[in-house]
Design a protein around this ligand. Structure first.
Ligand SMILES: NC(=O)c1ccc[n+]([C@@H]2O[C@H](COP(=O)([O-])OP(=O)(O)OC[C@H]3O[C@@H](n4cnc5c(N)ncnc54)[C@H](O)[C@@H]3O)[C@@H](O)[C@H]2O)c1
Ligand SMILES: [Zn+2]
Length: 370
């Protein structure tokens, strides 16, 4: 399967290529869209050890000067210090405007590489080679770049579109199950907001996901990338439709933050958020209980919505207002009408949110040990 998805943004348009074994051709595929003489591969040790050499070999055939730079792994390093270490490296290597940065790794490497490329000399070429499921279906697409600052996630960033996104599903072979599930949460989200067939495919064939069937995985990545690309093409900067992509994220972010970003991965947190959004939608009469139940059943079947310690509802509620997406003190909820169709709602009664939080509390604390 050789899939291409286009993100249409006039002169900033680009393609997302999805194919098994694509890592071997990364150099040639980047050469097609960049005139750069110098190229820097940015990665983390764990990913570089597995895939770095292969990518660099292809670079050497296509670029005059090839270098790599490794940053420390993990969200805690998505900060100004790492950002400026990358910029310093670009300076040391005497990168000019005709140079290119390539991020090989998960969303952390992608966000950092994109921001560094956007800042250095007011912008040099940038390419994404995402290696986690989450970054393949979400973080690498759409041009958002950022670092965390003073404890606030993604506070400092820019919109900077890559020249190309290269997705090789085979790299998922080394990703652990937890990281696979976190990416799957975003795929389920894509199904709920825009693609009922994708949702159904997951309901029917979830065992193919767990057995990591390469054809099934490639099709999931393709369909999710397509949905994100279409939405970005229609609304680059989150004025309207791009907000759909925040389905489950208002509460998901609050939960992530409440538990100090340690307990849950992003996908695990938004899984709670999606179910709660379903409950709120149902409470407002926007969707049937069957729609909410289908989301619950699928999330549960894939091993999300697991038990966790009790949370303080009022504090979680307050955290939703701190979400940078809460405009002028109002929470904007993306709510379900049916699988494949969502709507944005501004005024959601506190009682409805609390009743969803109550259900969540019961679900989360069931069989929890602490
Ligand atoms: N820019 C956006 O639009 C956007 C969207 C969503 C998330 N994000 C950001 O993405 C980040 C989360 O991304 P993530 O979940 O990919 O986390 P991550 O980048 O921290 O990667 C998770 C872990 O997987 C490892 N890893 C990566 N690829 C691997 C592979 N093929 N085999 C084995 N291990 C591998 C990494 O080294 C890391 O330890 C957050 O910082 C988030 O803010 C950005
Ligand atoms: Zn997300």
């Amino acid at each position: 399967m050789n899939e291409k998805v286009k993100v249409s943004l006039q002169e900033r348009s680009y393609e997302i290529h999805i194919r098994r074994g694509l890592l071997n051709e990364a150099g040639a595929k980047i050469r097609e869209v960049s005139e750069a003489k110098k190229i820097l591969l940015l990665s983390v040790p764990k990913v570089y050890q597995k895939y770095g050499r292969m990518v660099l070999t292809g670079f050497s055939k296509n670029f005059d000067q090839v270098d790599f730079f490794l940053i420390q792994d993990g969200e805690v390093h998505k900060n100004e210090r790492t950002l400026f270490s990358v910029i310093k490296k670009l300076r040391e290597l005497e990168f000019q405007r005709d140079s290119c940065v390539v991020s090989l790794g998960g969303g952390v490497v992608g966000d950092l590489g994109g921001l560094a490329a956007s800042l250095y000399m007011r912008g040099i070429d940038f390419v994404q080679i995402p290696t986690t499921l989450l970054s393949q279906v979400d973080a690498s697409i759409g041009g958002k770049t950022a670092i965390d600052f003073q404890g606030i996630k993604n506070l400092v960033g820019s919109f900077y579109q890559p020249k190309r996104v290269l997705i090789d599903p085979d790299v998922l072979g080394t990703l652990d199950d937890r990281q696979m599930r976190t990416g799957l949460a975003e795929i389920i989200k894509c199904g709920v907001i825009r693609d009922p067939k994708l949702f159904e495919a997951l309901e029917k064939n979830i065992d193919l996901f767990f057995s990591r069937d390469p054809v099934f995985l490639t099709s999931l990545i393709y369909r999710s990338a397509l949905i994100k690309a279409q939405i970005i093409s229609e609304d680059e900067r989150e004025g309207g439709k791009r907000m759909w992509l925040n389905y489950g994220h208002t509460l998901g972010h609050a939960i992530e933050s409440y538990y100090g970003f340690q307990r849950f991965t992003h996908g695990e947190a938004i899984a709670y958020g999606m179910w709660a959004a379903g409950l709120i939608s149902q409470g407002m009469g926007l969707c049937t209980s069957k729609t909410t139940q289908r989301q619950y059943d699928l999330l549960k079947a894939v091993g999300l919505l697991n038990p966790a310690p009790k949370f303080e509802k009022e504090r979680v509620y307050q955290k939703m207002f701190l979400d940078k997406k809460a405009r002028s003190g109002q929470i904007q909820f993306v709510l379900t009408r049916k699988i494949g169709l969502v709507t944005i709602q501004k005024n959601v009664e506190k009682s409805l949110i609390f009743s969803a939080l109550n259900r969540l509390q019961v679900e989360m604390t069931q069989s929890s040990i602490n």
